[in-house]
Each structure stands twice: as C-alpha cells, then as structure tokens.
Ligand binder design. Sequence first.
Ligand code: GAR
Length: 197
Amino acid sequence: MLKVAVLISGTGSNLRALLEAASDPSYPARIVAVGADRAAAGLAHADEFGIPSFTVPFADFASRDEWGEALERELAAAAPDLVVLSGLMRLLPRGVVARFAPQIINTHPAYLPEFPGAHGVRDALAAGVDQTGASVIVVDDGVDTGPILAQERIPVLPGDTEDTLHERIKPVERRLLIDVVRRIATGELRLDAPAIP
Ligand code: GAR
C-alpha cells in the first residue's frame, strides 16, 4: 500500500477527492498525512477523514530554507512513499526536493509547459488562448518544469472568468491525480523513469 503525504495551501478540493478515492479499500494508496504552509481551509478535510495534519507556517520562519527544514522534518515523520503537492502555492526549497525526489508530484491547472507558476489559469486567460489544460508532473528544482506524468486539454469558453475556468479544470486535475497516484502505487508508473505521454 503506497503511503502518501499531501501538501496544500488552500481549499483542498483536490485533496478531498484523493481522500475519497483512498478511502475505497480497492484503491492501492492511503493518505498518511496532510500538511500546509498556512492555516489552510483544506486541513478540515483531513480532520474529517481522520488523517493527521500539520501546519508549518511560512510566515513563522526567517528564511525559506529554515521553513523547508521544518517542513522536511514533518514530512519525514510521516514516512511517505510519495509526496503530492495539491495546491501548495509555494516553491519547495531544494533540500526538500532532494530529500524526497523523484517521489514528489504536483498538480497544475494548465497544459505544461504552457503557463507555469502561481497563476496558470489567469495567465492562460490573459494570453487569449482557446484551450488550456491540466497537468500532473514530477517536481524538480524548477517552476513546474519536471517530467509530465499526465495531462489533458480543456477548452476556454467565451465569457470564462478565472473562477469559471478553474472550476472546469479542477475536476480534470482530480481525475488525472487519482489515476497517477493509482498507477504509481501499482508500479505501472515509475517516477525514476516516467513515460511522457
Ligand atoms: C489546483 O487547481 C492546483 O492545481 C493549483 O491550485 C489549485 C488548488 O485547488 N495549484 C497551482 O496553481 C500550483 N502552481 P484546491 O485547493 O481546491 O485543491
């Protein structure tokens, strides 16, 4: 059974979908811990599912590296086989990536390498494209530059706002994330040699 730690910053709707998937006994992964870099509303989902959670508030540390060291200690205590960034709105320091790589994946609301970074949905709208997407990638030291594990195109519709487009992207992200975690857990997908679709 693959042990998964999930890191969030926000509402955690994708986390919740993963928690629901993992509560099915036939799903080959279990969530062992949920962490956040702030008092994220999504931590309530972990409580509801009886999963331990921790917060390592970025604002409490003098530097990003010190924050990263504290985060790494919390993560290591949960001994995960896989770390999932599910809406963590902060770059992981190199030390954290080095500790868990390549067993760290991230969901992103755009068709990478298009529109990386913190505003993937807003940037796609601003660019005036007629389609964007959702991606699940391996985390490396760059900003959304790691190997792509799964991705899917999503149309931008006339009149879309950042919210309406993001709400159409998220269900696709959830489906891709749940499937990628399943394939990692069964050994179908190997993060040391990812098959790029
Ligand atoms: C998701 O769309 C995720 O891809 C995005 O934040 C959202 C979190 O939603 N992450 C990024 O943009 C990272 N660059 P949620 O809190 O409702 O799951």
